[in-house]
Design a protein around this ligand. Structure first.
Ligand code: PHE
Length: 380
């Protein structure tokens, strides 16, 4: 059947029997369906609709004009019925297609927005703990394993805690050794503190006092934290550095407990073959006071480097200075209402950065604070 069958009359198409009518409409419907199914856009759909259902010259109108109206009487009922069926079927198919085209249009939009899960993601590099933090943790673990607890204190201190209560009265000459940052801070009610009434702590020792004020003996604490001194920066000095303070006070702590504890720590930290020694020293808040040394970890305590030359790290002395310590001066107990007659104890203050530099072979303290990722990445 030619595609333009609807432009001819039934007589011209040779349809004379009612049973020829249904196949005629069936062919027309399959032609329409084929066209319809090829439609992809709303525009094409609209063209199709006009072409088939347009009032004036649409196929359906022409079928009415050419097939139905001039049909012979015996054919009319069949043509009328088939035409109605045809319209209903085509309309239903068109509705389905319209919906498909619309959701297809939506799909194209969402394809644009769709996340392609096969693409490599935006990688956010995961950081790691700073070496200073790692070494703090290492040292804390060692002391916690032998019964110490970790406490912290404020970095802005009063001269009372930083000096006086540690047996360093106002005009004591050791204050001159600590080129101190004094600060003025806004008080709670507004006005600034008077000059000299607050300072950045020069050591972690004030936390000894704060701990003993709060806690009855026995006391076994370590205090990690930042301390500040008005030092000019060089390979071994920084205006801010880190210390770990230690304090143990009880009724029967001896000098042997003290050296035994330090020796245990040093071996745990540097390794079992390392030796320790102490030399007399002076701190106003310990008596006796000592300076602990460790056998040079670079030349194995021989004073001679691997190439036979004098060890540059210990300068041939075979020993490396580690930190200051001592038995708590009884005068300190007076400031915290501890009974100096019954109690004894020891304290130490280790330069954390120095301990880290020795163990990890870092020769410039500034590397800790410059945040150069090439440095940081070496300690993941
Ligand atoms: N606070 C001292 C310093 O910073 C170190 C120290 C602590 C010495 C505890 C003895 C006891 O130099």
């Amino acid at each position: 059947m030619p595609e333009n069958s609807h432009e001819k009359t039934l007589a011209a198409l040779g349809v004379t029997q009612p049973d020829q009518v249904a196949p005629l409409f069936a062919r027309l419907l399959s032609q329409a369906s084929a066209e319809l199914n090829a439609l992809a856009s709303p525009e094409a759909f609209e063209k199709f609709r006009v072409n088939w259902f347009g009032r004036k010259a649409g196929v359906v109108t022409l079928v009415g004009d050419n097939w139905l109206k001039p049909a012979a009487r015996e054919l009319k009922p069949a043509v009328g019925q088939e035409l109605n069926k045809f319209k209903a079927q085509l309309e239903a198919q068109m509705e389905a297609r319209r919906a498909a085209i619309e959701s297809g249009a939506k799909e194209t939009v969402s394809v644009k927005d769709r996340v392609d899960l096969s693409l490599p993601g935006a990688t956010r590099p995961v950081g790691s703990r700073h070496l200073v933090r790692q070494v703090f943790q290492e040292i804390e673990d060692i002391f916690v394993s032998i019964g110490f607890s970790v406490v912290e204190g404020p970095e802005i201190e009063t001269p009372y805690y930083n000096f006086e209560a540690l047996n360093i009265p106002e005009f004591h000459p050791v204050r001159d050794d600590m080129d101190t940052f004094y600060v003025e801070a806004a008080g709670e009610s507004g006005p600034k503190t008077t000059p000299g009434s607050l300072l950045l702590r020069t050591h972690t020792s004030p936390v000894q006092i704060r701990t003993m004020e709060k806690q009855k003996p026995p006391v076994r604490v370590i205090v990690p934290g930042k301390v500040y001194r008005r030092d000019n920066p060089d390979a071994t000095h920084s205006f801010m550095f880190h210390q770990i303070e230690g304090l143990a006070v009880d009724t029967d702590i001896t000098f042997c407990d003290f050296t035994g504890t330090i020796e245990y720590f040093v071996r745990q930290y540097f390794g079992p073959s390392v030796k320790t020694r102490f030399r007399p020293s002076y701190f106003p808040f310990t008596e006796p006071s000592v300076e602990f040394d460790v056998s040079c970890i670079f030349c194995g305590g021989s004073g001679v480097a691997a190439n036979g030359a004098t060890c540059g790290k210990c300068k041939g002395s075979a020993w490396i200075e580690l930190f200051g310590a001592g038995m708590v001066d009884p005068a300190v107990y007076g400031f915290v209402n501890y009974d100096a007659k019954k109690l004894s104890g020891f304290a130490f203050g280790m330069g954390m950065d120095r301990l880290a530099m020795l163990k990890y072979g870092i020769d410039d303290i500034q590397a800790f604070f410059q945040n150069d990722v090439r440095f940081l990445r070496q300690f993941p």
